[in-house]
Ligand binder design. Structure first.
Ligand SMILES: [Zn+2]
Length: 441
């Protein structure tokens, strides 16, 4: 249907009809809003426009420069910005008691649930995620990525580590059952240089883009300590060497100070959590250009919810360790550590809560604009996604709009009025029907 022949001359309806069919718009579409945050400039553009043609952004600038015959969608008092990216996601892991849920749900059940959950997150404005390993014996995260990339289902762009690699008795092991129970743990449990090397090779063989290693114990697993360093130097070096040899980046979960330093010195591309920082650890992060994904909000969330198996430990963390950590994070921020947005949430955690991590970064000391950049441009750079993370000519059309002005009220990021991924409209004021490829609840 050509827009010129649309019934009633409604150009917008014609453009959205094409988009709503699940394909990228067949002709340019101008998105107009009172503000545009490009994420590579320090100020928002006002009365601006983003023009999308197919799956690509072809114009960002003044709405006055958009040709008058371009179909348009005027969102009024809203802010256009790049789709948000979560650098630390666990969509296949069913939280909060995930170690038991792992034992009682099949890989297929967990993965099908994750497909629907990822679409809920997409509607909430999250157009990209890095899966930081999942509690799945098989390769559910990789299957999801293939289904999305292949066009079988719609979903956020994924970068995937299939499993978290752990030592026996570490954060990826099940440490609360009797010795005669020979369980398959939620993590990939390995010991010794040979097993570690084989684990890295298998992760890559079966489709992981990232290697996720638990360099220290964890908070949410049972029976290990976040203050313990997990791997011997020889084991950790073997993991890093094998990943480097194959050109696959490593994300290192690390709370203990010595574990953070081991990860950075070993060449991890990102450190996850980084709870017990010190001056030397911060200097190392800066020197090596390592990203830090602190995943702050999840501790607050479970402090409120009180549903963790290890609630007592999380409560202690929240009341005694978090205040100290926030001072260290502020120091890291001021010294120039690259800090990204990651949630650490699992399947079932509320999608609207994800944007709370931006508020945490304000508490770290970031401006509203810097926090938004952390969850868009900074994360895209870490992921090596050159075509995403900002609104600029030639970039992939992953565009969202939130109501009002998130530079004044960061809570605006909890709602979306428009979600577009790769030029496909997932949600807009004018589309009632979900596009093709969306699953129904
Ligand atoms: Zn995690």
């Amino acid at each position: 249907m050509a827009p010129g022949s649309a019934r009633g001359g409604c150009l917008l309806a014609a453009a959205l009809f094409v988009a709503a069919a699940g394909n990228a718009s067949a002709e340019p579409l101008a998105l107009l809003a009172d503000r545009v945050i490009t994420a590579n400039q320090d100020r928002a553009l006002v009365n601006a426009a983003v023009v999308v043609d197919g799956d690509t952004i072809t114009f960002v600038g003044s709405r006055d420069e958009v040709p008058s015959d371009t179909p348009r969608l005027d969102l009024g008092d809203a802010t256009l910005m790049p789709g948000m990216i979560d650098a630390h996601a666990h969509p296949v892991t069913i939280g909060p008691d995930y170690q038991v849920a792992h034992l009682s749900n099949s890989s297929a059940t967990k993965t099908l649930g994750a497909a629907v959950y990822l679409q809920d997150l997409l509607k909430a404005g999250w157009t990209g995620m890095r899966i930081a390993g999942d509690a799945d014996v098989f390769y559910g995260p990789v299957d999801l990525k293939r289904a999305i990339d292949g066009g079988t289902i719609l979903g956020p762009h994924l970068a995937v580590a299939a499993h978290w690699i752990s030592i026996t008795g570490g954060g990826g092991d099940v440490n609360f059952m009797s010795p005669e129970q020979r369980l398959i743990a939620d993590g990939l449990v390995v010991d010794g240089v040979d097993e570690i090397r084989k684990a890295v090779r298998e992760e890559i063989k079966y489709g992981s883009d990232w290697i996720k290693v638990l360099a220290t114990g964890a908070y949410m697993s049972v029976g290990d300590s976040p203050k313990n360093v997990s791997f011997s130097p020889e084991e950790f070096d073997a993991l890093m060497a094998e990943a480097r040899r194959q050109g696959v980046p490593v994300m290192a979960h690390a709370h203990a100070t010595a574990g953070i330093k081991q990860a950075v010195r070993g060449g991890a591309r990102s450190v996850e959590h980084g709870t017990f920082l010190d001056d030397e650890a911060i200097d190392l992060l800066v020197e090596h250009g390592t990203w830090l994904i602190p995943t702050i909000y999840i501790g607050d969330y479970y402090y409120e919810e009180g549903t963790l198996r290890e609630d007592e430990r999380n409560n202690y963390y929240f009341e005694h360790e978090k205040p100290i950590w926030m001072d260290w994070l502020n120091k890291a921020y001021r010294k120039g550590v690259k800090i990204g947005v990651g949630l650490d949430f699992g399947q079932g955690d509320p999608p609207e809560a994800y944007a709370e991590e931006f508020r945490m970064l304000l508490d770290v000391g970031m401006s509203h604009m810097e926090a938004i950049q952390a969850g868009t441009r900074v994360n895209a750079e870490m992921l090596g996604w050159d075509d995403r993370g900002t609104l600029a000519v030639g970039k992939n059309a992953d565009v969202i709009a939130v109501p009002g002005n998130p530079l004044q009220d960061i809570g605006a990021l909890k709602q979306t009025v428009l979600v577009m991924i790769g030029g496909k409209i997932i949600k807009s004021p004018n589309t009632a029907e979900p596009p093709e490829g969306m699953l129904l609840r």
